[in-house]
Write a protein that binds this ligand. Sequence first.
Ligand code: NAD
Ligand code: ZN
Length: 346
Amino acid sequence: MMPTMEEGDIPGHEPMGEVVEVGAGIKKLKLGDRVVVPFTIACGCCRFCRMGLTSLCDVSNPNAELAKKAMGQSPSALFGYSHMLGGIPGGQAQYLRVPYGDVGPIKIPDELSDEQVLFLSDVFPTGYQAAENAQIQAGDTVAVWGCGPVGLFAIKSAWMFGASRVIAIDGVPERLEKARTWGKAEIIDNTKEHVQQRLMDMTGGQGPDSCIDAVGTEAHGSGTLDAVIDRAKVAVKLGTDRPHVLREVIMCCRKGGTISVPGVYLGFLDKIPFGALMNKGLTVKTGQTHMHRYLHPLLEKIHAGEIDPSFVITHVVSLEEAPKMYKTFRDKEDGCIKVVLKPHAA
Ligand SMILES: NC(=O)c1ccc[n+]([C@@H]2O[C@H](COP(=O)([O-])OP(=O)(O)OC[C@H]3O[C@@H](n4cnc5c(N)ncnc54)[C@H](O)[C@@H]3O)[C@@H](O)[C@H]2O)c1
Ligand SMILES: [Zn+2]
């Protein structure tokens, strides 16, 4: 669904690896260092980087003019993503060139395994920022739509920010099970239950204090009319997105509550109940993750044993097997939640 991706692009923006070559200006990294590379590319110097808003870096996107046409201003470049956001070759490859090499990569201590730290590259900080953006107060009820890797890390992080209840919503049994067992969340199966009704029942008719949309534009709607229309419009290119979850989140959130949207949306969204959003006085926080500010604090949490992100891995395969695994992942076959590709495995 992502516009401005082209045949031959190298995807992948959750990379780690060993430094095998450095540019002349690099001071902090040396050959042999084991590093995790964050997916947002930032210069470290511009106004936005200095404010800590590194996913909004003003200079890293070489195709900024294209992004400005679509969005007014350009966010940062991202690895292995669309040409609008840089067309920078990604990490599903034997080698990766890392622009601003002294700004992004974080060195990993020897005692931690690759699997423990790999998701510092994206989904752990993304789930964490989603929970931070949810403005959770001690004792709050937090609902998280989507129990993919981002949703699962948002669930785990919501507890870290002081939630007293976390409710997870998805329609895939093994993902709901991970949310229940690893995430200690109460669960709602959106393919079997009316989500809004159930949430109202669970919260005394008020709705959750914070709602996190960790689904984004590829939402499934379990046959609801709005979702059927979205699907038809996107198929014939009359629509850009399938924002069923965003609509539901706005309708479910308690008055005066906060909506956090880590889920990615692409263009111009149809039938968003903005009247409900405005009249209920909701706050919305969103964005690509400002990766650089989370790398060190979250590495410390892993090091201290507070969290082991490797729980999310269901498949480890060689790079040659990637096309097959993309299909397995898309079709949610074989319990697939998160795949690690090993470029140098035979
Ligand atoms: N903001 C960022 O920086 C950032 C970074 C990484 C990923 N993302 C985005 O976060 C989102 C989630 O990523 P992921 O890797 O976890 O993806 P994923 O595809 O593995 O998970 C999405 C989950 O949403 C569920 N879902 C679909 N329709 C639903 C509905 N109606 N109600 C409840 N759940 C529903 C799916 O069953 C699936 O489990 C994507 O949009 C991704 O692009 C954003
Ligand atoms: Zn910058």
